[in-house]
Design a protein around this ligand. Sequence first.
Ligand code: SF4
Length: 358
Amino acid sequence: MFRVLACNRSLAIRRRLATYAAASPTRHDWSREEIQQVFDAPLMDLVFQAASVHRKHQPANKIQLCTLMNIKTGGCTEDCSYCSQSSRYTTPTKASRLVDIEPVIKEARKAKENGSTRFCMGAAWRDLAGRKSGFERILEMVREVRGMGMEVCTTLGMLSPDQARQLKEAGLTAYNHNLDTSREFYPQVITTRSYDERLSTIEAVRDAGISVCSGGILGLGETDADRVGLIWQVANFPEHPESFPVNALVPIAGTPLEKNEPVSYHTLVRTIATARVVLPTTIIRLAAGRNSMQESEQAMCFMAGANAIFTGEQMLTTPCSPWDEDKAMMDRWGLEGMQSFQQLNVARKEQLVPADGV
Ligand code: SF4
């Protein structure tokens, strides 16, 4: 009797997953319970369905290669408890000033020559208030990198609608502003910036016509319900974010989370696969923590729907896998680098294809 019930339950889960796989690409009415059911499915079934969704909505052998550059390091007034750049913690990261334009151009050129099609610039500060000349310099960086034909992304803290508009005019493709975790767990991670302030910045970015890159970090001490809560939050945006980074915490000495246990690999895969099922046209970005993973573990993440990596010399403050190693790995698995603006919903936003173009 027990076996019959268990078998029926498993069949019901598979049927439900298959329904989600066949669903419209951009559902905005996901309930938390539905996403929790996806998350809790047997892992092999979940990965299979995520891979099916991936193949239905995106070219599954394409991986976006992105390179990150820290254009202003450390000295940040915020208290994000995972971050080595917060001035509230004593960490190995030293504060520096905003870099000049020339080194950025040099790094972006190197990234492009090595096959990266997206170049992301990060500045460690709360917002752009009182940084008029710095913002002008960043706008020029954006113009230069976009002029190379690359997708250009920035992460500069909180933005006003007017600042978002100026970044769009300069040619910004995407803006990264992670929600980090669920609304409920967030206050245990950051107290100096509210969840709603984060949502306001994301709204300003979206309203300016810039692609949204917003995801989270696993290993902060959150539960599965918080991981589901994060995915639920972005799934119910008026437009799904074009990019959803999944970071595994790299604990940094001196931060409040320095002794956190690493998140289990299976939880990482489960989170990626769930995000893929719920966000079919989004790029799922396998971000911090990747360089400590085995190649076969990374391959399973790609099977589960991850389709972007950071590659090059350095993440913002943690190590990164170099281009040649990543290219060799991708060759072994039959994966190829994505072209700039190959992601359809980004190309639409850039008006490179008609709004209903395929
Ligand atoms: S994550 Fe960003 S905002 Fe938070 S402390 Fe680090 S640099 Fe500052």
